[in-house]
Write a protein that binds this ligand. Structure first.
Ligand code: FE2
Length: 375
């Protein structure tokens, strides 16, 4: 057996560790571009708190705002703003979309040209600005990986960029910051985290380190996501679902996501649907189609979810989704029958690697059938 594991991110994890934001930032720069979402961090007071922590540590702050499913054009605007303001550090405060956009902004603050020129590169021509990631949702695990998923508004392509240079320098993962998420957001991002761990576990690129994190991440999500969904005052459960998300980010960075993510991306790229909801509609169906390719692995997942054998896996996932009110279809989210051909073609263009890492080969006819069954 031969494998590699390389994840050079300084991870600070724990309830209340946001307090370390100022001291960590002061080690890296003097003027921070704080990238955040439209309104949630402002409403909760977190934005003001983060800005105060930075200022108290002697770091100046300027702000930038990013939306869900970040666009390549938004990144270019953010980078132009950061350059003009002479920022030497980027701080991402928000969910996966924010952290992904911040990675690309940190890149384009330093590099010439358009973000699209860098999407397929394995190394950046020069180091990007240092980045501190502060997640406020426990789903993507973007704080511990070098992946950024951006949508190109001219083509609707939702494409992942992956490069060790995009890894955050520091990640401050404070489970208490997750507590302001509305329940539907918690369900969607929490299920995304479970999917990351399930997919890394199923992946052809699975290796011992990612496997152990994926297994532990799945256990934590299965036990604690319904618990925190029912009782948002349960801080132990918040810590567990946050750790599951961080494990998920680490395991997919090493071992990749597989077909459910690959097939979901064209749907959310085209219709701007919530990623976790798209996965909820597609995952049980993808697994139903491919159970026979990895019966032992599906049996392990099924057992974690309360089933007995591999064939129980899709329904065990559906029962789990019911507990967090996330059972849904693609058509409920605006996807139409007429979209299927475009999504199938797009899937083989932008998600080819994810499909290749699935335990079995999927043809365009398979993918078309999966979309149809998920409508
Ligand atoms: Fe995901």
């Amino acid at each position: 057996m031969e494998f590699e594991y390389n994840l050079p991110v300084h991870i600070v994890f724990g309830r209340g560790c946001i307090e370390q934001l100022g001291s960590e930032a002061a080690k890296l720069g003097k003027r921070a571009l704080l990238v955040t979402g439209r309104s949630s961090t402002k409403k909760s007071g977190l934005l003001d708190r983060a800005a105060a922590l930075l200022k108290d540590a002697g770091v100046d702050v300027v702000f930038d705002k990013v939306t869900q499913n970040p666009l390549t054009t938004t990144v270019m605007e953010g980078a132009a703003f950061g350059r003009k303001a002479k920022c030497d550090l980027v701080v991402a405060l928000g969910g996966g979309s924010i952290m992904d956009a911040a990675k690309a902004i940190a890149l384009m603050c330093r590099c010439e040209g358009d973000i699209l020129d860098y999407q397929l590169l394995r190394r950046t021509p020069q180091p990007i600005l240092p980045l501190i990631a502060v997640p406020t949702t426990c789903g993507t695990g973007s704080e511990v990986n070098g992946t950024a998923v951006l949508s190109d508004p001219t083509t609707n392509d939702k494409r992942g960029m992956r490069n060790n240079d995009y890894l955050p320098t520091v990640s401050i993962v404070d489970p208490l910051l997750m507590k302001t998420m509305p329940k539907p957001v918690l369900a969607a991002v929490g299920f995304d985290a479970l999917c990351h761990n399930m997919e890394a576990f199923l992946s052809r690129k699975r290796q011992p380190f990612s496997e152990i994190m994926a297994l532990r991440g799945m256990e934590l999500s299965v036990k604690f996501l319904p618990r925190v969904y029912e009782n948002p005052d349960d801080d132990e459960a918040w810590e567990a679902v946050t750790l599951a998300s961080t494990f998920g980010g680490m395991s997919i960075y090493t071992s990749s996501v597989v077909a459910p993510h690959g097939i979901e991306h064209p749907a959310s790229g085209l219709r701007d649907i919530v990623h976790g909801c798209g996965l909820a509609a597609l995952t049980p169906i993808v697994y139903e189609h491919t159970l026979s390719a990895a019966p032992e692995k599906f049996r392990t997942i099924a057992k974690l979810l309360g089933g007995k054998k591999a064939a129980d896996c899709p329904d065990a996932i559906r029962r789990f989704l019911e507990r967090i009110d996330l059972n849904c279809t693609l058509s409920e989210q605006g996807v139409q029958e007429a979209d299927i051909d475009w999504m199938t073609e797009n899937c083989f263009q932008v998600s080819a690697m994810m499909l290749q890492n699935h335990p079995c080969k999927l043809t365009p006819d398979d993918v078309r059938a999966i979309y149809r069954a998920a409508l």
